[in-house]
Design a binder for this molecule. Structure first.
Ligand SMILES: Cc1ncc(C[n+]2csc(CCOP(=O)(O)OP(=O)(O)O)c2C)c(N)n1
Length: 669
């Protein structure tokens, strides 16, 4: 190692200590221990161009232990991304580019939002899967256009979290060779030594997953770290883990190697001591020696040349394989090839009907045949969720062209892997399971919503209507739980035709994930000639039917999914009794809330205050739409094991109950 490299490493350590000290919060010790690894990555390994952080051929870097983000911010600043020293000084402050954990879309060079431990680990696996698909589809002899690697740093906490186990197991099975993960084995977490709770054989565990595992005993040995990473990179058929023994807070005489260096400022006196230990001026803050800055800027500039070389390769590729090049460019620009929706199924009215999961399968089959950018799969539930794309093959170690994923029974990793794929330009990724098991994947769903990326979730078996599987499988609080996530769009279509429209919205939506909520049981297919067209679903809620005699409605019945046909039947019964009801199909609160006021007023006029909402789930939240004078027929307790229709009757999801409730509401008992 050259002298300048040691100075560079110590500069980063001091920047981390200074920034955390100034913010008076944060995690100084981990970046201090990781600085030599960071140095190797940003100076010798990663292909990146600070002037074009999104260059398609770049290597990806994921800091799974996002709390150590001062490490990443320091290198982004030093190598010339659009981050200035002032941004470092503003660490963790309002509207700064340097928040407390890295955020995708906010800071140039941050590939993914990390912070909840374990997520980044699994996101990287998704990025690796995406790389394998891109390489399989587009690389040609002499044209390795998508040959990049995914590097990640993960910590004790990342490896303790179950999601990393799920993702690592799948990555080993699939042989995702582009992954080079570095495990920061500093043996310290918040409460103290990892001996308190974690003494498994990590190397043995990862070997058993099918990973290539190396160890580096000294986290300051830059050459050993470099050599191990190069070895890991050479492994094309196995993911690679490099276990590096580091010392948290390295350079802090009183705190290094202890939990005290983990999550709080070192203290002004201790920061002075760090500076003295490394030969820096203890009186100065945020000191960046000019030769260190020049050294990293030079490396950053080399990135521009790397990209130029790749651009030339792409130019030649585009000439030799114009169709493939165009296919990639369209996919990467999220352009949906012109006629992707021309063959969408249309379902004839049918009182016996069809399960919306089944209709979803038909819509998916049609869309997938036109859109190669659509990939996805289920957590071992593709037959039940109707998500197998027939004829499009299974993605596997041997077959990167397969478009059906088999995530195994790993919902949590599925969610995080979908995020990693969605963060790679050129894909729309979906994942499927039962609605109840969305609980197992809430953390990555939340992160997708924060990042405003757009995986599609297909959640079936959406209520007590699923029947005999019983209480454990019957969602009650899931709908309102998901509706409460900002940026997440939930669509619960009423029948087969609305389901097709839900897919249409999901495919064209940008700005966050979409969850399509589907029934296990058949629901009648609504006659679009007699009632309003299912294409109105895009408005979130729409007037499905007004009173037959042209009279002004006096009461509004609204609901979603399998309960909508009940409302139509109740409307007909009420008509016989001289009660004029409007039926509003309400598949998506989020879409409706986005409509202009005049439309909202048209569907739910302020003047009609008698309103009933019906949904086989928690009633929480519906009062926003039924208002004070309205009533919600919901389910505010758990279900039971019995046939679905019996449960619906038992818990009041009947025409009689809706009619009776309406009569009470308008005082005509
Ligand atoms: C899922 C999750 N649980 C808890 C936390 C809070 N947390 C942040 S850092 C940390 C300790 C992590 O220890 P380690 O991973 O060893 O990091 P290091 O001490 O090396 O910085 C915890 C519990 C979190 N960020 N994510």
């Amino acid at each position: 190692m050259e002298k300048i490299e040691q100075l560079a490493i110590n500069t980063v350590r001091i920047l981390a200590a200074d920034a955390v000290q100034k913010a008076n919060s944060g995690h100084p010790g981990t970046p201090m221990g990781l600085a030599p690894i960071g140095h190797v990555l940003w100076s010798r390994i990663l292909n990146y161009n600070p002037k074009d952080p999104n260059w398609a051929g770049r290597d990806r870097f994921v800091l799974s232990c996002g709390h150590a983000c001062m490490l990443q911010y320091a290198y982004l600043f030093l190598t010339g991304y659009d981050i200035q020293l002032d941004d470092i000084k503003n660490f963790r402050q309002l509207h700064s580019k340097t928040p407390g954990h890295p955020e995708f879309g906010l800071t140039p060079g941050i590939e993914v939002t990390t912070g909840p431990l374990g997520q980044g680990f699994a996101n990287g696996v998704g990025m690796g899967i995406a790389q394998k698909i891109l390489a399989g589809r587009f690389n040609k002899q002499g044209f390795p256009v998508f040959d990049y690697n995914i590097y990640a740093i993960c910590s004790d906490g990342d490896l303790m979290e179950g999601v990393s186990a799920e993702a690592a197991s799948l990555a080993g099975h699939l042989g995702i060779g582009s992954l080079v993960y570095i495990y920061d084995n500093n043996k310290i977490t918040i409460e103290g030594s990892t001996q308190l709770a974690f003494d498994e054989d990590v190397a043995g565990r990862f070997r058993s997953y099918g990973w290539h595992v190396q160890t580096v005993d000294d986290g300051n040995d830059v050459e050993a770290i470099s050599a191990a990473i190069m070895e890991g990179k050479k492994e094309l058929n196995r993911p690679s883990l490099i276990i590096v023994r580091t010392i948290i807070g390295y350079g802090s005489p009183d705190k290094e190697g202890t939990a005290e260096a983990h999550g709080a400022p070192l203290g002004t006196e201790e920061v002075r001591k760090v500076k003295e230990a490394f030969g820096f001026n203890p009186e100065a803050s945020f000191e960046v020696p000019s030769d260190v800055l020049a050294y990293y800027q030079e490396i950053g500039n080399e990135g521009m040349e790397k990209q130029q070389i790749w651009d030339e390769l792409w130019q030649r590729y585009s000439q030799k394989y114009p169709e493939l090049a165009e296919q990639y460019v369209n996919a990467a620009g999220a352009e949906l090839s012109g006629n992707w929706d021309i063959d969408l199924p249309v379902f004839e009215p049918d009182s016996k009907g069809m399960a919306t999961r089944k209709a979803s399968g038909k819509a998916l089959a049609s869309i997938a045949s036109y859109l190669p950018l659509l990939v996805g799969g289920a957590a071992d539930l593709s037959p039940s969720t109707n998500t197998t794309m027939e004829g499009l093959g299974s993605f596997s170690r041997e077959n990167p062209l397969g478009r059906n994923f088999h995530f195994g029974i790993r919902e949590h990793a599925m969610g995080a892997i979908l995020n990693g794929i969605s963060l790679t330009k050129g894909f729309i990724a979906f994942g499927a399971t039962f609605l109840i098991f969305s609980d197992y994947m809430r953390p990555p769903m939340r992160l997708a919503a924060i990042m405003k990326i757009r995986p599609i979730y297909v959640f079936t078996h959406d209520s007590i209507g699923l029947g005999e599987d019983g209480t454990t499988h019957q969602p009650v609080e899931q709908l309102i739980g998901l509706r409460s996530v900002p940026n997440l769009m939930l669509i619960r279509p009423a029948d087969a035709n609305e389901t097709v429209q839900a897919w249409k919205v999901a495919i064209t939506h940008n700005g966050g994930p979409v969850a399509i909520i589907l029934t296990r049981q058949a629901v009648p297919i609504i006659d679009q000639k007699q009632y309003n067209s299912a294409s109105c679903l895009k408005r979130g809620a729409y007037i499905l039917s007004d009173p037959a005699n042209g009279n002004k409605p006096e009461i509004i019945l609204m609901g979603s999914g399998s309960e909508v046909h009940l409302l139509l039947e109740a409307q007909a019964e009420m008509f016989k009794l001289g009660i004029w009801a409007r039926v509003v199909s309400f598949p998506s609160w989020e879409l409706f809330d986005q409509q202009e006021q005049a439309y909202k007023e048209k569907v739910l006029p302020v003047g009609i205050r008698k309103r009933i909402a019906v949904e086989a789930g928690s009633s929480i939240g519906w009062h926003k739409y039924v208002c004070d004078a309205g009533v919600v027929i919901g389910l505010n307790h758990f279900g039971e094991s019995a046939p679905g229709e019996i449960l619906m009757d038992e818990f009041g999801f009947t025409v009689e109950n809706v009619v009776q409730t309406a009569k009470l509401l308008i005082g005509r008992v």
